[in-house]
Design a binder for this molecule. Structure first.
Ligand code: FES
Length: 388
């Protein structure tokens, strides 16, 4: 459900349901729409968004990130912060310096123990837990906002804190916004000091905005920090081995590097071959059984090659009652594979999931990042043909 608020003419002139509204009215209307989401909807959609962020190459490669702490009905960031810390990333949250109208990133050691209500009641670092970081140290910033368009233009809360903060980060820092689909508008006219974000993650998709303003002169999907994305991952064995050695060098001496190394290796190889796990074990000087244990514990890791296209069919309650089983059977028959299997030509991997967060479109299937809803078994099978 994309935002139905239209911005025409310029930054001060918008239409809402056919009526011209001011920027502040637009802000109010989007916030009102967002406040209508129930706690369960916010939690479910936030979980989907978190999952998408965790699988992004841009996020995985980031060693030091800053994430906002959610307030009211914003996309929740708690699980993302916890997962990032568990992955060994350095995670900062912003302290709002009202006097100087600036944000100060502060490194977390204990979440949420380091935090207490600060400006506007939002959780911020307590005075005794303030560990300031320089903005240049950040590889990725998770940005909140009221509304966005697909070009990355952002309507914030009106204080200008992020628009002042983001240009202080270094070239190559990824600016990633989290939003519910209802916050995505057709067009937002940027002001002269606004900073468009590079990526927007919603419960339905990842939007690479192509934003070129601000510190990152050009930003390609998967680019920005170090190695290429999965679409431009090295293809021959020699290049893959060199890329893996580069990753080893990047993480050498870093504590808690096992999971990031597994993620990077999987991005390079598409899965985790046994020889690669042996190389990781040798690099970290830990037993292969430990590497294997972690790789098999987390669902994000795959020990067998996966298809170029990942097909996920929802088996949640709403989809189930609207015929998800028949959709699954049709797709399974079309591909000639069962659940969690990959076609021999590596074109498709078929999976099932509990809920894709688009229950209103049930039955739902996702292929890669595309959501297909209100499916019939026939349409589900034919949709697959567009994916090479
Ligand atoms: S049950 Fe929620 S999307 Fe299928």
């Amino acid at each position: 459900m994309t935002c139905f608020i239209y911005i025409l003419l310029n930054e001060l002139s918008y239409t809402f349901g056919g009526i011209f509204v001011s920027k502040s009215e637009l802000r109010r209307e989007v916030l009102k729409a967002r406040s209508r989401l129930s706690p369960l909807e916010v939690a479910q959609k936030s979980e989907l968004i978190t999952r998408r962020v965790l699988s992004l190459g841009e996020f995985r490669r980031a060693r030091t990130i800053m994430a906002y702490v959610d307030f009211r009905n914003e996309v929740k960031t708690g699980e993302l912060i916890r997962a990032s810390m568990a992955m060994g990333k350095r995670v900062a949250v912003p302290l709002t310096d009202l006097q100087h109208k600036r944000l100060i990133p502060s490194l977390l050691q204990d979440f949420p123990g380091d935090l207490a209500p600060g400006a506007w009641g939002i959780l911020e670092p307590r005075p005794g837990s303030l560990r300031p970081l320089e903005p240049e140290e950040l590889d990725l910033v998770i940005v909140p906002g009221v509304a966005f368009d697909e070009k990355g233009n952002r309507l914030g809360y009106g204080g200008g804190f992020y628009d002042r903060f983001l240009p202080q980060t270094r070239p190559g820092t990824v600016w990633l916004a989290l939003a519910f689909e209802l916050q995505i508008c057709p067009e937002i006219s940027p002001g002269p000091h606004d900073c468009p974000v590079h990526l927007i993650v919603t419960e339905e998709r990842v939007i690479y905005t192509g934003a070129t303003r601000g510190p990152t002169a050009s930003f390609e999907p998967g680019g920005g920090i170090s190695l290429g994305c999965q679409h431009c991952a090295p293809h021959d064995e020699e290049s893959k081995r060199k890329a893996l050695e580069g990753v080893f060098a990047q993480y050498r001496g870093t504590k808690g590097a096992l999971i990031p190394l597994l993620q990077e290796a999987q991005e390079i190889y598409g899965y985790l071959p046994k020889e690669v796990m042996e190389m990781i074990a040798a690099e970290l000087r830990i037993p292969l059984s430990k590497v294997f244990g972690v790789a098999t514990f987390y669902a994000q890791f795959h020990l067998k090659p996966r298809g170029r296209n990942i097909v996920r069919i929802c088996q949640g309650t709403a989809c189930h009652v609207r015929g998800a089983s028949r959709v699954f059977e049709a797709v399974s028959a079309k591909l000639g594979v069962g659940r969690n299997e990959t076609t021999p030509d590596l074109r498709y991997t078929l999976e099932t999931v509990a809920c894709l967060g688009a229950c209103g479109l049930a039955p739902v299937m996702m292929v890669n990042d595309d959501t297909h809803g209100r499916l019939t078994p026939e349409r589900a099978a034919s949709v697959l043909e567009q994916y090479e």
